[in-house]
Each structure stands twice: as structure tokens, then as C-alpha cells.
Design a protein. Structure first.
Length: 90
């Protein structure tokens, strides 16, 4: 994951897309979302920290492809659909 000093509109929009998908699953808190993913057996215990997810959702960090894949699993969205949604915005 790459941390940027200055947020760009694209970074913020990627974060909004991911946050909206998380909220669509009715997880209001990030920690609840992370734990539910583990509880369902979708990903391992330490797949992402709450701080990392927060930084992605507010646009400070850009997720790596590996992290984006894990997020797609957690969000129950096909990776290519998620990438297409992000590309359509950019």
C-alpha cells in the first residue's frame, strides 16, 4: 500500500467506492466489517488493519492490487467488477 502526502480526487473517489460497498453490506464500523470477514472464513485474521482500511477509505492510501483483491473478497464483489467501477470513475 502506498501512502500519499496529498490526497487526489481519484484517491478520494476510490475510497468512497470502497466505503459505499462496505456500507451496502450494512457494516457501519470498519472493525465490524473486518471481523465479520474473518468470522465468515473469507480471509485470514490479519488481512487488513482498521487503520489501513480507514486510510484507504478516506483517500490517504491507494490499495495495492493484492489489497484490492482481498477487499473484493470481503466486499463480496468480483475483482474485475470492482476494478471496472474504479476505472469508470477515473
Amino acid at each position: 500500500m502506498t501512502k500519499r502526502k496529498n490526497k487526489t480526487d481519484n484517491q478520494e473517489e476510490i475510497g468512497k467506492i470502497l466505503r459505499n460497498h462496505r456500507e451496502d453490506l450494512e457494516y457501519s464500523s470498519r472493525i465490524e466489517f473486518i471481523q465479520a470477514t474473518v468470522d465468515m472464513g473469507l480471509l485470514e485474521e490479519d488481512w487488513i488493519s482498521e487503520k489501513s482500511l480507514s486510510n484507504i477509505e478516506i483517500g490517504y492510501n491507494i490499495p495495492s492490487l493484492r489489497t484490492l483483491k482481498k477487499l473484493s473478497i470481503a466486499l463480496q464483489i468480483d475483482l474485475m467488477d470492482l476494478i471496472s467501477e474504479i476505472i469508470d470513475y477515473i
